[in-house]
Structure formats: C-alpha cells, structure tokens
Design a protein around this ligand. Structure first.
Ligand code: PHE
Length: 447
C-alpha cells in the first residue's frame, strides 16, 4: 500500500471535515424537518443530541482514523486484526453510496435553480409562484435526471483528483464565503415585517409536538449533519498528522454545524411566517422560501445566484466525502486506480439515484409504506443506517480500543484534560449505546 496522502494544512482539514458536515443536512433538511416537527422543540432536541452523542462520536471516529491512518475498512483491520469489526467500514461505504444516490437529487435541484436564476427565469415572480416553478423543475423527467448527472460528474471530477488538489483547495474558499452570505440573508429575514413569529417558532420549544418519531428524527439528524456513523470522519482524519488537536477540531466542527443550522432556521422561518407560507411544506421549503426573501433585497436575484452557488459548494463538499470514503478503500492509495474507481462508483451511484429523482415526477405515485422511493431511501439511511452505524462505533471504540492508547491518541497535539477524556469515554461507552437503542426501540413500538 502506498504512503497515505496528508492534508497540507491544519485549516485544510478542519474546512474539509466541516465541509463534509455542513451540507444539505443543516441547510436544506433541518429547516423542513423542524418545520414538520414543531420547530423549537426539534431544534432543542437536535442540539442536545449533537452535544451529547454527535460530538463524542465524531471524536471517536477521529481517534480511529488517526490511530490507524488507513482508509475506512483498513483502519478497523489494523486496530482489530482478525475480527469482523471492519464491517463497520463496509457498512459505512454502503450507507454513503445509498446516501449520495439521493443527496445528488437535491444537488441537481440546486444546479437547476442556479441555471434558472442566472438565465433570469426567477426574476419578478411573486412569492406563491416559486412553488409552482420549483414543482415543474423537479418533476421534469429528463431535466431532473440531467442536473443530477451534472452534480455527480462534478463530484467525480474533484474526488478523482485526490485529497489535496481537489477537496482541500475547494473547501478553503467556499466555506467562509457561505457563512458571510448566510449572515446577510439572516439580517434581511429577521428584519421582515412579521418575522417575530418565525423566530419564536424556531426558538421557543413546544413540547406538545414531540413524539417518539420526532426524537428519532432529531437523533438521526444530528448524526447526519455531523457526518458520523458512516466512517467518513475516520477516512478524513486518517489524512491527519499526529500534531493535530482532535478534541478542538471536533468541537469547532460541531460548533460551526450548530451555528449554520441556526442561521438556516433564522433565514427561513421568519420569512415563512412573514409571507404566509407553509412551515411544513417538506423538501421544497428552502427552494420556495429563499427566493422570496432574496427578492426583497435590492439586487436580490444576484445575491440569490451567489447564495445558490455557495449552497452548491456546501453540498458538493459533503458529496465529495461520501464518494471519497468508497474510492479510498477501493483504490488503496493508488492514483491511477483512484480515477477509475471514482468514475465507476460515481456513475453507479447516479444510476441507483435515478428512481429517487423521478420520485418527484413520474414516480410520484409509486409508493411503499406510504412513502416514495426517495422518501424510503432517506428514511432507511437517516433513521436506520446512521443510528446503527453510530451505535456500532460507540460499541467499538471504548470496548475494543485500549483506553490508555485512546488517551494518548487524543492527547497527541492537544492537552485534553483527564476529566474531559473520562466524560467522553463514559458518554461513548454507556450513554450513547443506551440512548440510541432506546430511541430506536421506542419508534419500533417495542415497549
Ligand atoms: N453531513 C452531511 C450533510 O449534512 C451529510 C453527510 C453524511 C455527508 C455522512 C457525509 C457523510 O449534508
């Protein structure tokens, strides 16, 4: 096996890992799921799960990746040779594959919307028409598949160039720009007439809306947005030198993530209430609400195009990581093979994703368990595979890795206090597995 490639700078890793974390989960999915689950209570649950489960798990993945410095499957094999634990990595690859198959559908929507904005097709329409325009865009049988393909080809091109050349460089510019534009957007949204109701909706928890399904979704959402449970973070941290401060990296990624979720909520909900739109509109929410807010700004469509571009980047940086974990396992550090596998797997993902795309068009009526193909994929990946993957990592790290070696690994590059380490260890060993199991059983109505 070839020598592992490494990140060229500290900030490069943080941005790439944050780039993997921050994506559709925080910006697109969070607002619409919160919208369907009563707003504030969902947000609060999300924060609690992120702090007490998501972050410890993120650090757990970092400790696996940097201890072994190998890809998502080899890492487990190196630490626990002769066991079956590397199936966590294989499961992560499968989950990433399935995830990217429908993630790219939304990626395609962004591409399509960007095209429409740049060609002036979204200018000077009123708030209610955005829903219609959006509906016809995503239901177009040929166009929707084409934009999905464009999104996948962009992902393949970057991943086939490798970690430093592609992923790191791109993330360095895109992520900071996204934050700036988001803040602008929030300022506009919260100063709309009638914005207060939306702010209250997001920040004042109403627990009467909470069901066991809400709790499961909040947990799944916290894993999903942090990219934990699928060994993507094992892969990214394997490219790190021993001098990197892992606890601090985990904390800053978690912090950025919560912050961007807050920004997304503050950009969307005030506008939903100010313009009398539906908070529970589902996946179309962002695409309907944001053009309305932007149209209230001078030069709004130019800003909107800028926003879409950055949103596309955020989505791409997450997509890179899903493809990267698979390609890095298959190509084993060989540059020529990397290119080949990036194309093969990328196009296979596209093919599997086509029925998900068509779920918003010709396959809209084809449902199973009352859900479309897209919704079933999302449900299985977010609410079943992510929690199970996270559960396995929570079982693996504290039980199968030596405690002293873990402490040493986390101390390398940082001065993590013993007390903090202990807290992390206990959260991971006892709290995480128990909570994940309880939440999952509760939804299955076992009790
Ligand atoms: N965290 C990404 C998002 O929120 C999704 C993701 C999950 C990416 C797992 C990679 C691995 O959009």
């Amino acid at each position: 096996m070839k020598q592992q490639e490494q990140w060229t700078s500290k900030i490069g890793f943080i941005l790439a890992a944050a780039g993997s974390a921050i994506g559709l989960g925080a910006i697109w999915k969070f607002p619409y799921i919160a919208g369907q689950n009563g707003g504030g209570a969902f947000f609060l649950l999300f924060i609690i799960f992120t702090l007490f489960l998501g972050l410890p798990l993120l650090l757990a993945e970092f400790s696996i990746g940097r201890t072994a410095q190998k890809n998502a499957v080899e890492s487990y094999k190196t630490i626990s040779p002769g066991t079956k634990w590397h199936w966590i990595g294989i499961m992560g690859m499968i989950t990433s594959f399935l995830l990217l198959s429908f993630y790219s559908v939304i990626g395609g929507w962004i591409v399509a919307y960007l095209y429409k904005t740049l060609t002036g097709q979204l200018a000077s329409v009123d708030a209610s028409s955005y829903a219609e325009i959006f509906g016809s865009t995503i239901s177009h049988p040929f166009g929707s598949v084409l934009v999905q393909l464009i999104f996948m080809v962009m992902t393949i091109l970057v991943v086939s160039r490798g970690v430093q050349q592609g992923i790191e460089k791109a993330s360095k510019i895109m992520m900071p720009a996204l934050f700036v534009l988001f803040i602008l957007l929030v300022i506009r949204a919260v100063s709309l007439d009638g914005a207060m109701e939306g702010i209250t909706f997001l920040l004042m928890p109403d627990f009467t809306k909470v069901t066991s399904q809400t709790i499961l979704e909040a947990m799944g959402q916290s894993f999903f947005t942090l990219s934990v449970g699928v060994s993507v973070m094992v892969t990214y941290s394997s490219y790190l030198p021993k001098t990197e401060n892992l606890p601090r990296a985990a904390l800053s990624i978690g912090g950025m993530n919560i912050f961007i979720v807050l920004l997304a909520g503050l950009a969307i909900f005030p506008a939903v209430f100010a313009f009398d739109l539906q908070a529970d509109a589902g996946p179309v929410l962002l695409f309907q609400v944001l053009p309305t807010v932007f149209s209230q700004l001078p030069g709004g469509m130019i800003f909107f195009a800028g926003f879409l571009l950055l949103f596309l980047f955020a989505t791409l940086t997450s997509a890179f990581s899903m493809l990267e974990i698979i390609v890095s396992v298959l190509s084993k550090g060989d540059k020529a093979k990397r290119k080949k596998w990036a194309w093969i797997i990328g196009l296979a993902i596209f093919a599997v994703g086509i029925p998900s795309t068509l779920s918003y068009g010709v396959l809209a009526e084809a449902t199973l368990f009352g859900r479309t193909f897209f919704d079933n994929m999302d449900y299985v990946v977010s609410n079943i595979l992510f929690p199970i993957g996270s559960l396995l990592i929570a079982l693996y790290v504290p039980n199968k890795m030596k405690k002293s070696a873990l402490y040493e690994e986390l101390q390398s590059g940082s001065r993590m206090k013993k007390g903090l380490f202990q807290t992390w260890f206990i959260l991971l060993r006892y709290v995480a597995p128990l909570l994940i199991i309880i939440v999952m059983l509760d939804v299955l109505d076992v009790f």
